[in-house]
Design a protein around this ligand. Structure first.
Ligand code: ADP
Ligand code: MG
Ligand code: ZN
Length: 414
């Protein structure tokens, strides 16, 4: 048995590698730069955690969210793996302590917030360590063409300047070809191995429809097919999450609201209850997302148009992680486009606003188009597939009569 395989079983307790994992692990062990584009929940973390255990030194993971880092470190500790983090949320003495542990070789993984790399002294500190490789988690954050650009990720160009010999492994769930190239360029990856999973999720049935004046009735009709099964309903505003959760309650559907404005305790409790199937539905803004690891989500509904196909794909991708048939429904209306435009800014002037408009337009086209939904998503991510025939409304229902409205929708964006 190879060393990675042995560790997979003895440390992580998994029987076998999932698709693409072994390839990534071997490339990292061979000191190659890699970039991996694999859906959320596919198991990207293992691809860098496992090689870190095989290698002698320490691996440094750049991650955009403190909560994500925290979850990872907690999960690693249950496997008996020593990991820690350095971020602005910690006191100077805590940071000193962690740095000391790194120097003594007590840690296998160090999680770091990207803004750390601005400081010369921190880079100098890293240079004193026996580094295995750098991990850039959620690597799409480095690109302005992506959907979650973060200014601090721009610092990452320093890595190859300061550490030309240290390989970089970049991970993301969604990247168009443009974003992919941008990431390679921004990080100066050298001759990287690129591992890109196929985009199509063939256990998902995808539907989209105009939301009429009784959007909630449309929702109830859909939900009647999912008694007692878990699902997520996305709304645009925080207020809507709460009123819709109440509305569902009056129809005997156990639902709770989730948005960034709620107290942390309440959010954690909702999260926990959902994971344990104590509630059926979470009505959420896009704040409910990163890091959700629940395999039996049977449906995802959007009560309004998402702002990008990247967001939409990631959100519907939370359904059916266990591979069982699952459904998604997008309900949209032209007023959603107006609202998104208001949020972006009426007249797009900055580069950021122009990109946001383009992405919104692609999303609106997707919603109103008569082409196979799976095929449209695949095309958007530069993958080529045949029409699904049986797993989307456009393939199943054929021609629709709503072409006029879609004209209206696209006019709003021109
Ligand atoms: P990603 O970062 O791609 O979104 P994660 O790394 O968070 O996904 O992994 C998602 C889940 O998959 C975790 O619960 C993890 O334990 C599990 N997992 C990863 N690899 C395997 C494997 N080879 N066998 C079984 N479960 C795995
Ligand atoms: Mg991840
Ligand atoms: Zn189809």
């Amino acid at each position: 048995m190879t060393e990675p395989y042995r560790i997979l079983q003895s440390v992580f307790g998994h029987h076998s590698f999932r698709a693409y994992q072994e390839e990534a692990v071997n490339a990292i062990l061979a000191q190659k730069d890699i970039m991996m584009i694999l859906p959320t929940g596919a198991g990207k973390s293992l691809c860098y955690q496992l090689p870190s255990l095989v290698m002698e030194g320490i691996s440094v993971v750049i991650s955009p969210l403190l909560a994500l880092m925290h979850d990872q470190i907690t999960a690693l500790s249950t496997f008996g793996i020593k990991a820690s983090m350095i971020s602005s949320m910690q006191s100077p003495s805590e940071i000193q302590e962690t740095m000391q542990a790194c120097r003594k070789g007590e840690l296998k993984l160090l999680y770091v917030a990207p803004e750390r790399l601005k400081g010369e002294s921190f880079l100098n500190f890293l240079q004193t360590l026996p580094l295995n490789f750098f991990v850039i988690d959620e690597a799409h954050c480095v690109s302005e063409w992506g959907h979650e650009f973060r200014e601090d990720y721009r610092q990452l160009f320093r890595l190859k300047l300061y550490f030309p010999q240290t390989p970089i492994a970049a991970f993301t769930a969604t990247a168009t070809k443009i974003v992919e190239h941008d990431i390679l360029h921004q990080l100066s990856l050298s001759n990287p191995l690129i591992i890109r999973a196929k985009v199509e999720r063939d256990n998902l049935v995808i539907k989209a429809d105009y939301r009429n004046a009784n959007g909630r009735e449309q929702l109830l009709a859909f939900l009647s097919g999912f008694e007692k099964e878990s699902g997520i309903i996305y709304t645009l505003s925080r207020k809507d999450t709460e009123s819709l959760a109440l509305f569902l309650g009056t129809h005997k559907i156990l639902a709770r609201a989730y948005h960034a404005g709620l107290p942390t305790e309440e959010k954690n409790e909702t999260f926990r209850a959902f994971l344990n199937d104590e509630i059926q539905v979470v009505v959420a803004t896009i704040a409910f997302g990163m890091g959700i690891d629940k395999s039996n989500i049977r449906f995802v509904v959007h009560m309004s148009l998402p702002k990008t196909i990247e967001n939409y794909y990631q959100e519907i991708g939370r359904a059916g992680r266990d591979g069982l048939p699952s459904s998604t429904l997008l309900l949209f209306s032209n007023s959603d486009i107006v609202e998104h435009k208001r949020r972006i800014g009426e007249q797009p002037t900055s580069e950021y606003q122009k990109v946001a408009y383009e992405k919104l337009e692609a999303m609106a086209k997707f919603a109103t188009s008569q082409v196979c939904r799976h095929q449209q998503i695949a095309n958007y991510f530069d993958d080529t597939i045949n029409p699904c025939v049986t797993r989307c409304d456009n393939c199943v229902d054929g021609e629709k009569e709503s072409v006029d409205i879609s004209h209206e929708a696209l006019k709003l964006l021109s």
